[in-house]
Design a protein around this ligand. Sequence first.
Ligand SMILES: C[S@@+](CC[C@H](N)C(=O)[O-])C[C@H]1O[C@@H](n2cnc3c(N)ncnc32)[C@H](O)[C@@H]1O
Length: 200
Amino acid sequence: MNSQREFPEWGKLYQEKDVESMPWFNPNLDADLDQALTKLNIHTGTVLDLGTGPGTQAMVLAERGFKVTASDLSDAAVSVAQGKAKEKGLDICFLQDDILNSHLADEFDFVFDRGCFHVLPPAERQHYLRVVYSLIKPKGYFFLKCFSSLEERESGPYRFTPEEITEIFSDRLQVLSVEQTVYQGTLNPPPPALFCIMQK
Ligand SMILES: C[S@@+](CC[C@H](N)C(=O)[O-])C[C@H]1O[C@@H](n2cnc3c(N)ncnc32)[C@H](O)[C@@H]1O
C-alpha cells in the first residue's frame, strides 16, 4: 500500500490543463465537510484550505462567510484560483506554499486538507503532522479527506485504512472520527475515500 507512487509535476499540470478536467475538481463544498461543519455548529472563523488546487473549496467557504487562506505548492494553481476568486468578487488570501517547507505562520480555527496529504511521500507524514498541528488554534479542528484502502484503481494517491490514519495522527491530534465515504470529483465511479475529523 505504501510502495512509492508517482504524481504529476504540480506546477506544470496547472499550467497545461483546465482545472475542470482534473479528477479532484468539485465546484461544490465537499459533502463530508459540509456535514461536519453543520454537526459541529461551525459557521464562522478562519480557515486554511491546504493544497487548494483549483480553489473551489476555498471559494465556497468564503461565500459562506469564512475568512479563508488557501495555499498550494503550485504557483500556477494559485494564480488560476486567484483569478477565479477575483471574478467572483471573493476576498481570499491565496499563497504559494510547500507544506513540507512552510512559511505559513498563522493559526486557524480549522484546516481542511482535501487531497494534499495523500500525495505526500510517506517519509514526510510526521513532519506534515507537526506543521499542520502548528497551524491549528487550540481546540481547533483538522478535516482530512484522503483515499481509502478500498480504492482499487492502480494509479493515484496513497490509500489508508482508518487504523493507519489513527496511528499517524493520534500522536498530536485527537482523532474524533474516520468514516468511509467517496472523493467527489470527475471520476466515475468516485474513488472510495476517508473523511477524518480531528481536534487539537
Ligand atoms: C488532489 S489535489 C487536490 C486539490 C484541492 N484540495 C481540491 O480538493 O480540489 C492535491 C493538491 O495538493 C497540492 N500539493 C502537492 N504537494 C503539496 C505540498 N507539498 N504543499 C502544498 N500543496 C501541495 C497539489 O499542487 C494539488 O493542487
